[in-house]
Design a protein. Structure first.
Length: 274
């Protein structure tokens, strides 16, 4: 299902909006707001109502300094929400934000449409399993691990070489494991082990990246926006996020992860009518 939607949207020169739903007590933007299954389900339905094409569910925070949770706890957070959404309508498209092979397999078995891995890749058998289910896969570049990634971030003169190398290896690996090109997405990992100047350079490079790959990007409420615009609270960064998200679209990104689905959808609909 996701495969057909992606093809259609790309042919129409539109993009897919992933509505972010953190099922965690410690996410940087909305930790604990949707921690209970009931809160999470209500929020998921609101994101769909606002225009999300896909729901991106995460059961483990990946903010700088975040602590790992074990597979049992992560699945305890994710499973009831996935099942509830599929019981409401099995056509609801769900992406799972996880780096754990076991979680990926369990989610695929429940009918999710996409795996979003901030750590890039996993073992070949897991990738082959995901590919065999006709799921899409987002491979994100991260320098280091969430606990320490900002301790020694990639600087401006390092970042393009590092990200290009990762994209090339990841894309080839995913193809070799059975994914077709239309189901492979690359994400430069804005804010994941990069300096602010490196983040801006990656954004300016989206046009070049998009000539080779399907590009996904997550900018919503990121801390580098707070530093650029002097906005301390993550929840107050939606307007600046929109400016960067729209710019990313014009530079070739065709999948955007965002907290503020409604306003991004409204801007894109307005753009279609002008």
């Amino acid at each position: 299902m996701l495969r057909e939607i992606v093809k259609t949207r790309l042919l129409q020169d539109q993009f897919l909006i992933l509505g972010i739903l953190n099922l965690t007590p410690d996410s940087f933007s909305d930790g604990s707001l949707y921690f209970s299954p009931k809160q999470a389900l209500d929020r998921a339905l609101k994101l769909l109502e606002d225009g999300a094409d896909i729901l991106d569910l995460g059961g483990e925070s990946t903010r700088p300094g975040a602590q790992l949770v074990d597979s049992d706890e992560e699945w305890r957070r994710l499973e009831p929400v996935i099942r509830s959404l599929k019981n409401i309508d099995e056509k609801i498209l769900i992406s799972i934000d996880t780096s754990k092979p076991l979680i990926m397999k369990k989610a695929v078995d429940l009918g999710v449409s996409c795996i979003n891995n901030v750590c890039g890749l996993v073992d070949d058998k897991t990738l082959e399993y995901i590919a065999s289910a006709q799921c899409s896969y987002i491979a994100m570049h991260m320098h280091g691990v969430p606990q320490t990634m900002q301790a020694c971030p990639l600087v401006k003169n390092q970042v393009l070489e590092d990200v290009n190398h990762f994209f090339s290896l990841a894309h080839q690996k995913l193809l070799s494991c059975g994914f077709t090109k239309d189901r492979i997405w690359m994400d430069p990992g804005i804010g994941f082990g990069k300096t602010d100047s490196s983040n801006l350079l990656l954004l300016r490079s989206l046009k070049d990246f998009s000539e080779k790959y399907n590009m996904a990007v997550g900018l919503s409420r990121k801390s580098f926006l707070g530093r650029i615009f002097n906005i301390e609270k993550a929840q107050d960064r939606d307007l600046s996020s929109k400016a960067f998200e729209i710019n990313a679209f014009f530079l070739g990104a065709r999948m955007i992860r965002t907290h503020d689905v409604k306003n991004l959808k409204s801007i894109m609909l307005l753009g279609d009518r002008v």
